[in-house]
Design a protein around this ligand. Structure first.
Ligand SMILES: NC(=O)c1ccc[n+]([C@@H]2O[C@H](COP(=O)([O-])OP(=O)(O)OC[C@H]3O[C@@H](n4cnc5c(N)ncnc54)[C@H](O)[C@@H]3O)[C@@H](O)[C@H]2O)c1
Length: 447
């Protein structure tokens, strides 16, 4: 039986899980030295004092450390999940019980509950929002543009109870926002291009200390981890098809190869395809890869990358997983129409029968690393969430001068995070000598 905190200021599965959540959050904290330093400074300086912050993030042990850091900075934090399957219920309980943070997230919540939780985060009336996939900002913009039919029903019904003045105040109250992932940044840049963005947004994903490490090494390792936990397949000797050779795809291809797979890459960008070819992978269209692959993983941020025509061509027993942000990369609606199933054969593994063959879809096509494993290791999220904490502070300090556009975190802050991380890892580097500085800044010197 589960105990819920429904109706209270939070909605989590079971508060009695809090002790386990605390133990696991403390374990993650050991690998998050940069965020710890920021938390210590935030405790002294309270840069977020008096601010209401609504975050829509994967509710994991690492996010718990971020939420506590933001609270230490003085923010009144509300947190909802950014994916129905990624919430760690013990962590949600810990944040509510031990820190009094408002949390709205339950692992496996249905679509209506997911959006009820987004509504609760909006009803917190944030000064700052923090997104992973732009769901909060997306809803705020549908409200601003009076496109209520585009809101999910739980949010729409609530907005309909607000007066016009109140709706305007809700949006106008947001001084700025931060966005964690590639997919969210793409959506936000499209809004800025169309001239509809209502407030400045800091694209945390665009920091080098985010995408170079989180997307590449975090997604790389945890995607393989998720597939292995879900299936317990032997990677060595298998053929793994990686769709998308961006930051996440590069990382995953590297780890799959390291585990002994023959890796095939599919791409639509000639430069990325060339890079994959020169990195030693086979590159081909998905139609050619389909009959050859054993495991297919999408990491593109695009839609319907694996379609029924591909699935029909696959071997009996092919495994399909997604690690891109939304569950649209595998055409599950098409599969539902064309195939019989699903039969759940193992937790996170659904069997579909298609023309006398079977394909196995993992975690309903949702982020496999967060659904079946624990998401990125804390050490990598240390840098991503150091960026998030500093981005929130940056919004507070610079909201007035920031334009309604998508901004990067200043490069000095990015470099500072890298310096702190190196120091925490006990790695020292050289500094430029005066002679080298002069050499690099002059144009007269040649051979
Ligand atoms: N699983 C996670 O924890 C996690 C972490 C970070 C990012 N993400 C998500 O993963 C996705 C990829 O992020 P990224 O940072 O690697 O983005 P990216 O832009 O660096 O790479 C995406 C790549 O996919 C390619 N692509 C697009 N459509 C394609 C298609 N039809 N077939 C083959 N390739 C195609 C693009 O050319 C590009 O090279 C995004 O949705 C992002 O939000 C997930």
């Amino acid at each position: 039986m589960t105990t819920t905190a429904r109706g209270a200021a939070s909605d989590v599965k079971d508060l009695s899980l809090a002790a386990e959540g605390r133990r696991r959050t403390e374990w993650a904290e050991r690998s998050m030295p940069v965020l710890r330093l920021i938390r210590e400074r935030f405790t002294r300086e309270r840069p977020l004092a008096g601010r209401r912050l609504s975050a829509c993030l994967h509710v994991t042990t690492e996010t718990a450390n971020l939420a506590v850091t933001l609270q230490a900075g003085g923010a009144d934090v509300a947190l909802c999940g950014s994916n129905p399957l990624s919430t760690q219920d013990d962590v949600a309980a810990h944040l509510v019980k031990d820190h009094g943070i408002k949390v709205f997230a339950i692992k496996g919540e249905d679509h209506a509950t997911y959006y009820e939780h987004i509504r609760a985060a909006l009803a917190h009336r944030p000064d700052i929002t923090m997104d992973d996939g732009a769901d909060l900002v997306g809803a705020l913009h549908m409200i601003a543009l009076n496109r209520l039919d585009d809101l999910a029903p739980p949010v729409r019904r609530w907005v309909e109870t607000l007066s016009g003045v109140d709706r305007k105040a809700l949006v106008a109250g947001v001084a700025g926002s931060t966005e964690e992932t590639t997919t969210g940044v793409i959506r936000l840049k499209a809004m800025a291009r169309d001239g509809v963005l209502q407030f400045p947004v800091i694209a945390v994903n665009d920091s080098d200390t985010k995408h170079l490490f989180d997307n590449r090494y975090g997604t790389g390792q945890s995607t393989l981890d998720g597939i292995l936990r879900a299936t317990n397949l032997l990677v060595a000797g298998s053929t793994v098809v990686v769709a998308g050779y961006g930051w996440c795809g590069r990382g995953f291809a590297l780890r799959a190869r390291g585990a002994g797979a023959n890796v095939i890459v599919t791409e639509i960008d000639p430069l990325k395809a060339l890079e994959a070819q020169m990195d030693g992978y086979r590159v081909m269209p998905m139609a050619e890869a389909a009959p050859v692959g054993d495991v297919f993983v999408t990491l593109t941020g695009n839609t319907h990358v694996l379609r029924v025509e591909h699935m029909r061509a696959m071997k009996d027993g092919a495994v399909l997983a997604n690690s891109g942000h939304f569950n649209v990369e595998i055409d599950l609606d098409g599969l539902k129409q064309a195939a019989q199933g699903p039969t759940r054969v193992r937790e996170f593994v659904d069997e579909w029968r298609l023309g006398g063959k079977r394909v196995f879809v993992l975690a309903d096509g949702r982020l496999i690393n967060l659904a079946a494993a624990e998401g990125h290791p804390a050490s990598v999220m240390d840098m991503s969430f150091a960026n998030q904490a500093l981005a929130a502070e940056h919004v507070v300090q610079h909201a007035r001068e920031l334009t309604k556009d998508v901004h990067r975190i200043p490069r000095e802050l990015d470099a500072e995070i890298a310096r702190l991380k190196l120091a925490a890892m006990g790695v020292a580097i050289d500094t430029l000598t005066p002679e080298q500085q002069k050499y690099l800044s002059s144009w007269e010197m040649g051979t």
